[in-house]
Design a protein around this ligand. Structure first.
Ligand SMILES: Cc1cc2nc3c(=O)[nH]c(=O)nc-3n(C[C@H](O)[C@H](O)[C@H](O)COP(=O)(O)O)c2cc1C
Ligand code: SF4
Ligand code: SF4
Ligand code: SF4
Ligand code: FES
Length: 592
């Protein structure tokens, strides 16, 4: 029997390490410490319900576990064989408790390839990875397959880059392999700068060896003995686990000199990013690794031809790499049966926003947005209505209800006006103002723009100013056309992908929610009630009893009035905090 505890960042922040300690303590108390193994794993995906504890082999799934629950888990479940009822997940559709993880709707439509080991193994123990076919693919490549055979297998699998662009992985390896050079590099892009995204972090925290193994396979294929992982310094747990994994792989002869006695050498080093979104762009990333400013340069030359230190460099995303060992072990024809015609395999998404089941999911390409949001995500929080889903992070677009049945793949999302991106998926409800959402994303790109080229540096600033004007109720009808025109110019003339995609949230919200823009500019109203400048609190004289509650709670002294006399709000002082509205017991305050 095994007890698995989520040791992902989310659950660790909710004391999962203490749960482990307590479980060990009670197992000790009952002399069970030699029989039951307690394992701290990577993220189970269902972060909304963390900390998660899973008992194997019966697959019992406990949610929202606290250290104080450890005694009951040991006494009831382990000793008496009875599940601890109060810790089981309750199916919201029928209120029945669900014992096995496989019967939880959140997991039913998922296929876990990149996340296959997250939540199953102790990421700090190489033997657990080896126990689940780890390093078998590397062994097979080095001893049974030629470089060309491996590249062909990856090409045939149809795997495309999961970092956003969707470039065919096998083709990239082939291009890098074909460039003659005395030194080549394999780079793993673990920058992960999209707001709300945590796919790559979770893979590195939960299964670092899968990425290490894939990087070594890539090194073998392209003719490189040197791998670099560019990872943001804000990911301390992922860094720690990667370091441990690299050290263990070296000790086991799976990294370093003469790997598995085949004469192949490959080492991996880490490089730390300071958390700039633009440094995820491959040329900026390479400059950052070289100690230069993290600024992109024009392509071509592509890194495959001239990258790190001017040498051919194969850059792949964490999730792209995590798929490789499975493709080699199970074969391209197994992998390419999953997914759609042009997008094979699965995609990991970080589900966030106004959704019931926030977490990390992996679904086959071709799954619809509706299945993701309603079947896996459990629908919209607090029974509110769905308004939009943002895919592709700050470079993506906001899609409406009419796209809910769109099968997710690279082409379909682009055709719908968004993009796959690296896997951030943020769900919005009826209370979200789409003009403010566009403004929010633009604030992000403005902040993150490296400033090297004028369209992005200056154009985005102007876009932001126009959006501010609109949300402050000072917009004109012509501003909507100005936004469209300026967006097109920025897209066409910016140097790198950041600028080229930064107007997407603006364009997609105008396309799909033009009525909201018109309400702001024509009627001076924010239909979602989010734009403070367009809101107004007033006291209805006839209903006000003069109880003074609002007067006493207003943080800026905007309310005047005597006891038992109707009060009055000075609009020039009011900051629209809504406190008076919430406090008034007589419904005497209106919001328009
Ligand atoms: C502004 C910007 C940010 C990016 N951030 C990332 C990132 O965080 N992680 C990533 O893998 N790719 C990112 N990319 C894409 C990379 O440039 C590159 O295409 C990718 O790492 C290649 O790996 P893949 O083929 O496996 O997707 C970004 C691109 C742009 C334009
Ligand atoms: S588009 Fe923006 S981020 Fe890219 S090079 Fe130009 S200024 Fe820098
Ligand atoms: S809390 Fe309501 S009833 Fe009381 S003074 Fe304010 S507006 Fe009037
Ligand atoms: S909304 Fe806030 S600031 Fe305005 S009057 Fe009410 S309590 Fe005061
Ligand atoms: S961090 Fe624990 S389930 Fe995701």
């Amino acid at each position: 029997m095994h007890i698995l505890i989520c040791g992902g960042t989310g659950c660790k922040a909710s004391e999962s390490s203490d749960i482990k300690e307590k479980l060990n303590y009670f197992l000790n108390e009952y002399d069970l410490e030699d029989e039951i193994q307690v394992v701290l794993t990577g993220c189970f995906g269902f972060c909304e319900k963390g900390p998660i504890v899973k008992i194997l082999p019966d697959n019992t799934f406990y949610i929202e576990v606290k250290p104080s629950d450890a005694e009951d888990i040991v006494k009831e479940h382990i000793i008496k064989g009875r599940p601890v009822h109060r810790l089981l997940y309750k199916n919201p559709k029928n209120d029945f408790k669900v014992t096995s993880a496989t019967n939880i709707d959140f997991y039913k439509k998922q296929i876990r390839i990149a996340l296959r080991n997250c939540g199953f193994i102790n990421p700090e123990n190489i033997e657990e990875y080896i126990g689940r076919d780890g390093y078998q693919a590397l062994g097979k490549c080095l001893t049974e397959l030629t470089r060309t055979q491996v590249i062909n297998e990856v090409k045939e699998s149809g795997l495309r880059g999961r970092g956003g662009g969707g470039f065919p992985t096998g083709l990239k390896w082939e291009i890098t392999r074909n460039v003659e050079a005395d030194q080549k590099y394999v780079v793993c892009n673990a920058d992960e700068g999209d707001p709300g995204a945590f796919m790559d972090r979770s893979i590195l925290e939960g299964d670092p060896h899968s990425v290490i193994e894939a990087m070594a396979i890539c090194g073998y294929c392209i003719g490189s003995d040197s791998g670099l992982v560019y990872i943001r310094a804000e990911y301390p747990l992922a860094i720690e686990r990667l370091k441990t994994a690299i050290k263990q792989a070296e000790e086991y002869g799976l990294l370093g000199e003469d790997i598995l006695g085949t004469g192949f050498n490959f080492k991996i080093e880490l490089r730390y990013g300071a958390g700039a979104f633009v440094c995820g762009e491959e040329t900026a990333l390479i400059h950052s690794m070289e100690g230069l400013r993290g600024e992109p340069t024009v392509k071509p030359p592509f890194p495959s031809v001239s990258g790190y230190r001017g040498k051919p460099t194969n850059v792949n995303n964490v999730e792209t790499f995590a798929n490789i060992p499975v493709i080699i072990n199970k074969g391209a024809s197994w992998f390419n049966k999953i997914g759609t015609e042009k997008s094979k395999g699965t995609k990991v998404f970080a589900l966030a926003g106004k959704i019931n089941n926030v977490g990390l999911i992996e679904v086959p390409m071709g799954t619809t947005l509706r299945e993701v949001i309603y079947d896996i995500g459990g629908g919209i929080k607090d029974g509110k209505g769905f308004k939009s889903v943002q895919t592709g992070g700050p470079s993506g677009g906001c899609l409406t209800k009419k796209f809910l049945d769109t099968p997710i793949d690279y082409e379909n999302l682009i055709a719908a006006g968004s993009m796959m991106g690296s896997g951030g998926m943020i769900v919005m409800d009826e209370d979200d103002c789409m003009v403010s959402i566009a403004k929010f994303y633009l604030e992000f790109t403005l902040e993150e723009s490296c400033g090297k080229c004028s369209p992005c540096r200056i154009g985005n600033k102007r876009l932001h100013e126009i959006l501010c004007k609109i949300t402050e109720g000072k917009g004109e009808l012509e501003d909507i056309d100005r936004l469209k025109m300026l967006s097109d110019v920025i897209k066409d003339t910016s140097l790198c992908g950041l600028g080229q995609s930064s107007p997407n949230p603006v364009l997609s919200t105008i396309l799909n929610f033009e009525d909201e823009y018109l309400a702001h500019v024509n009627d001076g109203k924010c239909p979602a009630g989010q734009c403070k400048s367009l809101m107004r609190y007033d006291i209805i004289e006839e209903l006000c009893t003069g109880c003074t509650l609002c007067f006493r709670n207003c943080p800026v002294g905007a309310i005047t009035g005597e006891r038992r006399v109707p009060h009055y709000i000075d609009q020039s002082i009011c900051i629209k905090c809504g406190v008076c509205f919430e406090k008034c017991k007589f419904n005497a305050i209106t919001l328009t």
